[in-house]
Design a protein around this ligand. Structure first.
Ligand code: ZN
Length: 152
């Protein structure tokens, strides 16, 4: 495994729309492993492929330590309720902001074996699904934050 360099806000890579994964190659599996290592090393709860310079629809999330969620070609298929809270991003160091998101979110995605699955999450996990999937369409939370703060 290898730790990857995290792209920071201002880099155009973060503003691009990512392409779906057609075939899950050994390279994609390596990328998933490297993204998990990179997310953990940076103390994050989520990481999207464009944040490591790869314009593919791939996300890793770990809101509960030890419980890694890998999403390939994810889509939000249901959302309900609302929550307003603080959000940060490994690509926006030193900052956080207040963002309103759905309280409950269901995603459909492929796992690393190419099998389709659905997963529902609430609270932090729902927030992570929204935040990370936005990255795949070139969106950052700073675009929708009500307020931004320094996070020291
Ligand atoms: Zn982010």
């Amino acid at each position: 495994m290898a730790k990857l360099k995290i792209v920071k806000i201002g880099d155009e890579t973060l503003r691009k729309t990512c392409r779906p994964v057609d075939v899950i190659t050994p390279r994609i599996l390596q990328l998933l492993d490297d993204m998990v290592e990179t997310m953990r090393a940076a103390d994050g709860v989520g990481l999207a492929a464009p944040q490591v310079g790869i314009l593919r629809r791939i996300v890793v999330i770990e809101t509960e330590p030890g419980n890694v969620i890998e999403l390939i070609n994810p889509k939000i298929i249901a959302r309900a309720g609302e929550q307003t809270g603080t959000e940060g991003c490994l690509s926006v160091p030193g900052k956080c902001g207040t963002v309103t998101r759905p309280m409950h979110v269901t995603v459909r995605a492929l796992n690393r074996h190419g099998e389709e699955f659905e997963m529902s999450g609430s609270e932090l996990l729902a927030r992570a699904f929204c935040h990370e999937l936005d990255h795949l369409d070139g969106k950052l939370y700073v675009d929708v934050a009500d307020e931004m703060f320094d996070n020291n």
